[in-house]
Design a protein around this ligand. Structure first.
Ligand code: N01
Length: 529
């Protein structure tokens, strides 16, 4: 049977773009399908005001091309969404990617043909193509979550989801705005919305921890130094659990004298960003250590927010770093402004959305526009939106009824020739996504090449290898405090979703080592036919 393509790639974000490039370099015929009108994935959709990456721009970038790495100029320590999208477009142009991408096309179904060892992929535009391999590059946070609050359709004003923001932008000047949510997207957008709006009411279910970004223009001398030493920096980053080149203090928080401990926290706070969690090595292992970091941040909230009662309501009580830590620019100070108010909806959920606002705690709140900063059906949502059928016509939905099961976050038993870039069971969202994406893409491309070089047409993870990996992922999660709270890491934000810690928390170095060992052992845990 002659197939249309060697591989179909789903999604043209950073994962899909590099997958296309890498497979083309190896001489494969590839077609990418992308729902959006352009490349960029997350950075194509999340255009809300204030959207920017919380990994520093010189590290949140591709490293596969030394030329690209040298020629691209980042302007700020943390790049804005428009700048990252420009970068994605530059990459697409530079490597002539667009000619193999079909935009504005959503994959609806992918069915494995057991006789032909091939996938048939169908789209909402009526395409029906065959390919030996399918690679999903769907992103971990790409299926926006609109909570089922009664009356949502009754609201007469415009409703915006941060994860699907209008391309033309939104002018909130003179408007009153209601914002539901206090996660990363809300924490970035609320200060920006408050700059324009007449009044902002934030509906908070769980108070959240955030560390100042201290963003600013990049110093040209620093950039020169980074560029001169890029390979060494990238190499160092790969030895770090999160794939980010930062200093990890190996000391224990509780075993460090208080004055020294506070100095460490203050230094990290002054520097800004996610490195705060690297202040001590046991912050996510030891409750007491974690409390010292949490209390430090609560102290900062009390210093910044002038009204003590409001400061108390904004202060998180849970484990710091259990939910994804946020990085902000002026978040808490925003609440000192008289036109910004906070409503707690933690103890009693929002009753309903009304024509002119919403009802909570027995009170009516009125606003012109509603912003849903309510996050995503993370890690599995985008995959499960596609009707994926493996051996025996079994759907991925059926396979994952009790939670996602993968081998290395890359493949699944019963679904031969299917690969997932940053799938559940891989470090993905716990790391700098760009190096994680690159590692996956390179592993997958090498694997496909290996299958071809053996004259084979099928590769499939064994159930035993998958079970062992799922067990290891679960064990690793159980050893940290991170699996203890109701976060999107465990699917707690989506009613009915199985509660499983989805990413692999063993760290990027251990993960890379494992992936490489599997290859060295002749693709251990796989059948190749
Ligand atoms: O989504 P979230 P996000 N009633 O799920 C609340 C990445 N990211 O889009 O905590 C009331 O974190 C919900 O409340 P609770 C990053 O990995 C990165 O902000 O579930 N409230 C929560 O406050 C991040 O973690 C960047 O109690 C409801 C909020 O909505 C991930 O994306 C920037 C509710 C959702 O927060 C997701 O972030 C942005 C309801 N019915 C995002 N339903 C950077 O790189 C939900 N909520 C900087």
């Amino acid at each position: 049977m002659s197939l249309d393509f060697d591989a179909v790639v789903i999604g043209a974000g950073f994962g899909g773009m590099y997958m296309l490039h890498r497979l083309r370099l190896k001489g494969f015929k590839v077609r990418v399908f992308e729902t959006g009108k352009g490349v960029g994935g997350t950075w194509y959709w999340n255009r809300y005001p204030g959207a920017r990456c919380d990994v520093e721009s010189v590290q949140y970038s591709y490293q596969f091309s030394p030329e690209l790495q040298q020629e691209w100029e980042w302007t700020e320590r943390y790049a804005t969404q428009p700048e990252i999208l420009r970068y994605a477009n530059h990459v697409a142009d530079r490597f002539d990617l667009r000619r193999d991408i079909k935009f504005e096309t959503r994959i609806t179904r992918a069915t494995f043909d057991e006789a032909a060892h091939a996938w048939t992929v169908e789209t909402d535009k009526g395409d029906r193509v065959t390919a030996r391999f399918v690679v999903t590059a769907l992103g971990c946070l790409s299926s926006p979550n609109t909570p089922k609050i009664p009356g949502l359709a009754d609201f007469k004003g415009p409703t915006y989801h941060t994860g699907n923001w209008p391309h033309e932008g939104v002018d909130f000047t003179a408007k009153t705005v209601g914002v539901i949510g206090t996660g990363s997207s809300a924490i970035q957008s609320i200060p920006m919305i408050a700059k324009q709006a007449r009044h902002v009411t934030v509906f908070q279910r769980t108070a959240n921890y955030t560390i100042p970004a201290h963003n600013g223009p990049l110093d040209p001398d620093y950039v020169r130094e980074v560029k001169a030493n890029y390979p060494a920096m990238r190499k160092r980053a790969k030895t770090m659990p999160a794939g980010i080149d930062l200093r990890v203090n190996m000391a224990s928080a509780v075993e460090t004298p208080e004055a020294e401990r506070l100095r460490e926290y203050q230094g990290r706070w002054d520097y800004g960003g996610l490195g705060f969690m690297a202040s001590f090595s046991d912050l996510l292992l030891n409750d007491e250590s974690n409390r010292t970091a949490a209390e430090f941040v609560r102290g900062k909230i009390r210093e910044i927010v002038k009204d003590p009662e409001l400061a108390a309501r904004l202060s998180p009580r849970n484990i710091i770093g259990c939910k994804r830590l946020c990085v902000d620019t002026g978040y808490w100070a925003t609440y000192n402004q008289p036109h910004v108010s906070l409503v707690d909806v933690g103890d009693t959920p929002i009753e309903r959305i009304t024509a002119g606002g919403l009802r909570a705690n027995g009170k009516d709140y009125r606003f012109d526009c509603l912003v849903l900063a309510t996050g995503f059906d993370a890690m599995t949502g985008a995959l499960l939106r596609i009707d994926i059928r493996g051996r025996g016509g079994r759907s991925l939905q059926e396979k994952w009824t009790e939670g996602p099961k993968t081998y290395l976050g890359l493949t699944m038993a019963g679904f031969p020739n299917l690969f997932t870039i940053t799938g559940p069971g891989s470090p993905s969202v716990l790391t700098n996504m760009l190096p994680s994406i690159e590692q996956h893409v390179e592993w997958i491309a090498d694997c496909i090449e290996h299958v071809r070089s053996r004259g084979a047409t099928l590769i499939e993870a064994s159930r035993d290898a998958e079970e062992a990996w799922v067990g290891h992922v679960g064990e690793a999660a159980g050893a940290t405090l991170r699996s203890s709270c109701s976060s999107w890491y465990v699917g707690a934000n989506i009613p009915g979703k199985p509660r499983v810690f989805m990413p692999y928390i063993g760290g990027l170095p251990a993960y890379i080592e494992r992936c490489e060992a599997v290859v060295k052992a002749g693709y251990e845990g796989f059948a190749i036919v």
